[in-house]
Design a protein around this ligand. Structure first.
Ligand SMILES: Cc1cc2nc3c(=O)[nH]c(=O)nc-3n(C[C@H](O)[C@H](O)[C@H](O)COP(=O)(O)OP(=O)(O)OC[C@H]3O[C@@H](n4cnc5c(N)ncnc54)[C@H](O)[C@@H]3O)c2cc1C
Length: 652
């Protein structure tokens, strides 16, 4: 029987950073994997890599690849992503054995790995990296986009559903989304005072470490005010109450049983190109953009125009008669897309060759370590709400590598594994029941936690200057942030960091945004946030002037895709859309249209102040602090020693 230190099961995307570390440190391993059966392979074979990524380049690739390939941040097309991925797979696939693992029997100090070809191998460590099983993948491959004037019911919502909607809506299909909630968020944002306004990817504004200052403030500055505080919640929640989950932003203030994390794990966020920024970026040459795969997938715009209607999951549906009953309408539909939850594609796993092991995300620490299993690790089954999954799998790979090569480290983590899991779950899920989205996390929270466990983190007590402070708080917690120095440093990362820092104006904007938001205080914050030139993500009224652009887009889309669409009157649908819009209009009256001025002015002042302080050493910083008003001084001091830094599940 062949024996290995490490067997990796599955050579998709997630295994690559682990293979790199094992090779770097001379650990004996093999990787057993199926071939050509990932969702990307299938979409490529079906000629359907005709869209762009929801995540930006910086979060979609590994540190060691960014170092040599990075030119600028953008949203790669699926075609480009697949090609880049194939390149890395060729580079790291030398040792891959093509076979299928059908069973893993786990014992106290080893595992037996059985394959479809009849082999059984022995390993001290087994890493499972088999990717997800996603029922919606089949629809992505097979759905017929060449139809018009039909009614589709999607019993699911997420980025894949939104991709399908973006290809159906321009052909005058009508779409009903039956869901318990999702949070639509612009995937790019224009932020900053008018003359410095810059379009940036959403994940570049994920100033996650501010939660150590205050989880509650972090949630309310980045998501808007939590519900139930007397302030009217932001427009989106008002207009589409069913689109916001119980443990989403509304629960960020600690309500809803979702733990104290604020915000909690598990929020469904659908990221899309907002029409105003899309028109700016691609309006000059729409044909080319559409042909390359940059599609207008602004779900909020489709909701605004009434092409898409969201109905609660409890809405009665008759799959035989093909009807949905909603607010007195009995709408016939043509196509039904059930969706379904994603699950790890795990082979059978047994405890000691006898008892079956059953997987549940909450039973594992950080989604990686399950106390029932010895030396078995899960890699790639934790997903980010925003940003690319490689960002997370790279950190998981380092964590797993460290446990494999440093028994003391593993012992430290394992010593109180059950207590860690209990503390993590209390923090992120509170008393909410286990759900199918438990594995969806804030990548910046998650990455910093893994970095802290491994001791490769940056620490607030090491802040020596304002630039350090901005780096700590406002530079996003991408995996590469933790590979500039320390045990897992990657050569050239310091240069990459400096380039990215320059590209994003030193990340002063998110820093200023947070500080200004905090300065407003909880009671005035919601009003302040409404003064943004279009309420960031939540106000759809600013979309109205873009109706003519939408019409131009629709005509161009049909031309590029060769669709001839006959207009068809549909009074029943119009009445349904009117009914949906009625609720929205009634609620919108409570919230005034965005004013201008104060938000921009406050941001500008903060940016100027930060810029004038940059470049000063700690002593000068302390001196400047002393000149500040009491509230600002206090905020800066708090950031040097943030009160909510301690997280019980990270204790030694
Ligand atoms: C439409 C769409 C858009 C997406 N957009 C993005 C995006 O913008 N950014 C982003 O980061 N992610 C995106 N994703 C998700 C991302 O592509 C996947 O999550 C990622 O490919 C997962 O990589 P993985 O290595 O974990 O799994 P996979 O790529 O699925 O690889 C798993 C490997 O394991 C092998 N395997 C499985 N079972 C066994 C077994 N029993 N024995 C041996 N081998 C086995 C398979 O053959 C496969 O090679 C998107 C997904 C879809 C569908």
């Amino acid at each position: 029987m062949q024996k290995f230190d490490v067997i990796i099961v599955g050579f998709g995307w997630s295994a690559i950073p682990l293979i790199r570390e094992l090779e770097r440190t001379g650990v004996e391993f093999t990787c057993i994997s199926g071939e050509g059966d990932t969702v990307w392979d299938a979409l490529s074979a079906a000629g359907r890599l005709d869209f762009d990524l929801v995540s930006d380049y910086q979060t979609s690739f590994f540190s060691f690849d960014l170092v040599s390939q990075y030119k600028r941040d953008y949203h790669p097309t699926a075609d480009e992503f697949y090609a880049m991925r194939q390149r890395l797979q060729r580079e790291y696939g030398r040792k891959v054995v093509r076979d299928r693992v059908i069973r893993v029997d786990n014992f106290a100090d080893h595992s037996l790995v059985s394959t479809a070809s009849g082999n059984t191998l022995k390993a001290t460590h087994v890493v499972l990296a088999t990717g997800f099983q996603r029922p919606i993948s089949a629809d992505l491959e097979e759905i017929d986009y060449g139809v018009s004037n039909r009614t589709f019911v999607f019993d699911t919502m997420g980025d894949s559903t939104n991709l399908m909607i973006s290809k159906l809506a321009p052909n005058n299909n009508k779409i009903i989304v039956r869901t318990n909630g999702f949070t639509p968020i612009d995937k790019v944002l224009a932020i900053g005072p008018p003359e410095q306004r810059k379009i940036v990817a959403l994940s570049r504004l994920e100033f996650h470490n501010f939660r150590y200052f205050s989880h509650r403030d972090f949630a309310s500055v980045s998501f808007g005010p939590p519900g139930g505080e007397g302030d009217p919640p932001f427009l989106l929640a008002d207009q589409y109450p069913d689109t916001v989950r119980g443990n989403g932003p509304q629960a960020a203030g600690g309500t809803g049983g979702a733990g104290v994390a604020g915000p909690a794990n598990g929020t469904v966020i659908t990221k899309y190109w907002p029409i105003d920024l899309y028109s700016k970026e691609f309006g000059g040459n729409l044909e080319d953009a559409i042909a390359r795969g940059y599609l207008l997938n602004d779900i909020a715009m489709w909701l605004w125009t009434g092409q898409v209607i969201v109905v609660p999951k409890s809405t009665p549906i008759d799959l035989e008669q093909k009807t949905v009953n909603w607010r007195g309408f009995r709408r016939r539909f043509d196509e039904y897309i059930p969706g379904g939850d994603e699950h790890p594609r795990l082979p059978e796993i047994t405890l000691g060759g006898k008892n079956p092991f059953r997987y549940a995300y909450r039973d594992s620490f950080m989604g990686v370590l399950n106390p029932q299993l010895n030396n078995v690790y899960f890699l790639g089954y934790t997903r980010p709400m925003i940003g690319g999954s490689p960002n997370i799998s790279e950190m998981q790979a380092l964590f797993i590598h460290k446990m494999i090569v440093q028994p003391d480290f593993k012992q430290r983590i394992h010593g109180n594994l059950k207590a860690r899991i209990a503390a993590y779950n209390a923090f992120y899920y509170g008393n909410s029941p286990p759900g199918t989205r438990d594995h969806v996390v804030y990548y910046g929270f998650y990455n910093d936690e893994l970095a802290r466990l491994m001791g490769i983190d940056h620490r607030p007590e090491h802040i020596q200057s304002l630039s350090d402070m901005i780096f700590y708080y406002a530079f996003p917690n991408d995996a590469f942030k933790y590979r500039i120095k320390g045990e897992y440093a990657v050569e050239g990362m310091g240069d990459l960091y400096r380039r990215i820092n320059r590209e994003y104006g030193g990340f002063i904007l998110p820093m200023a945004f947070f500080l200004t938001g905090i300065a407003e205080g909880p009671s005035r914050r919601s009003q302040w946030q409404r003064q943004t030139y279009r309420h960031f993500i939540n106000d759809m009224r600013y979309k109205e002037p873009f109706r003519s652009f939408l019409e131009r887009y629709v005509q161009t889309y049909r031309r590029v895709t060769g669709m001839a669409v006959e207009g068809a009157a549909d009074p029943e649908w119009d009445a349904m859309a009117e009914c949906a819009a009625g609720t929205r209009r009634r609620l919108a009256r409570r919230v005034p249209a965005p004013a201008t001025g104060k938000f921009d002015e406050a941001m500008q002042n903060e940016i100027h102040r930060l810029a004038s302080l940059l470049g000063q050493g700690r002593q000068a910083l302390v001196y400047t602090l002393m000149q500040m008003d009491a509230a600002s001084q206090k905020n800066f001091e708090v950031m040097l020693n943030p009160p909510e830094y301690d997280l019980p599940f990270l204790h030694p």
